[in-house]
Ligand binder design. Structure first.
Ligand SMILES: C[S@@+](CC[C@H](N)C(=O)[O-])C[C@H]1O[C@@H](n2cnc3c(N)ncnc32)[C@H](O)[C@@H]1O
Length: 248
């Protein structure tokens, strides 16, 4: 009965959502940005996918015929063991340090990593150390003032995780790691990247967050109106996701 009720709500929400801006599109924008940046690399360059986990979303689209390699770095060996999309893996906690020499990396990227890191300023410091002068770094980051992040920060993870699995079935296998959202705000991120030596720092915002509420259509509608208002007013502090694109 409950399952059918939730499914009916999801169907209604999805029908409505097809007309709205979606977070999926923002994820695809990130992939396209990374693939575009990879095209400009010298033959033989390495792309570092930080917090690379089990799967690199842009790997299939990067031309690796000229020796370009993708190296996934992650805190969890178990995640990397499952990653068959990259050329090399290295284990590291990005907040503690990164296993590369100063200025060794031309392109360093991450997708949905930094919200899981305790010590984001330190992590960005390590990124600044290893990205080469003229190099580029691109990150897709869920933000701490999104409604889903406020909920995640208020509710203990062990309680929140089973509820998310029940209400957002597509989150299984995707939302698996405890989030902290340390420093995950557009202005703070821009400042931190500038402080470690990135001169061109662009921060693109996305306000879409209604997808998390599809299981309750009335709530979905309210959140959809809220995100539309934020987008119209351009309130970046309340963005749901950002893409940080920075060059040294
Ligand atoms: C949500 S997953 C994202 C995986 C992949 N980037 C993707 O988009 O599918 C977050 C990943 O970050 C890793 N991670 C969390 N904290 C980390 C840290 N401090 N240093 C390195 N990796 C970390 C987790 O082990 C996990 O694989």
């Amino acid at each position: 009965m409950l399952t059918r009720f939730l499914e009916l709500n999801r169907r209604l929400s999805r029908r409505f959502a097809s007309r709205a801006e979606s977070a999926d599109r923002f994820y695809r924008d990130y992939d396209a940005l990374v693939v575009g940046a990879a095209r400009g690399l010298e033959p033989g360059s390495a792309i570092v996918d930080l917090g690379g986990g089990r799967y690199c979303p842009f790997a299939a689209e990067v031309d690796r015929s000229r020796g370009t390699r993708i190296i996934a770095v992650d805190i969890a060996q178990t995640e990397l063991d499952a990653n068959e999309t990259v050329d090399e893996v290295r284990v590291a906690d990005v907040a503690a340090g990164l296993p590369f020499a100063d200025g060794e990396v031309s392109l360093l990227v991450s997708r949905t990593l930094l919200e899981h890191v305790k010590g984001v300023p330190a992590a960005i410091g390590h990124i600044g150390r290893i990205v080469a002068p003229g190099g580029r770094t691109i990150h897709l980051i869920p933000c701490r003032n999104a409604l889903f992040a406020l909920a995640a920060r208020a509710i203990p993870w062990r309680v929140a995780k089973p509820v998310v699995d029940r209400l957002v079935p597509s989150a299984k296998g995707v939302i698996e790691f405890e989030p902290y959202y340390d420093s995950c705000e557009p202005q703070t991120l821009e400042r931190l990247f500038r402080e470690v030596g990135f001169s061109r720092v662009q921060v693109q915002a996305c306000w879409s967050q209604a997808d998390y509420f599809q299981a309750f259509f009335p709530v979905f509608l309210i959140v959809w109106a809220y995100q539309a208002l934020l987008r119209r007013l351009g309130i970046r502090r309340l963005a749901a996701y950002v893409i940080v694109d920075a060059e040294r």
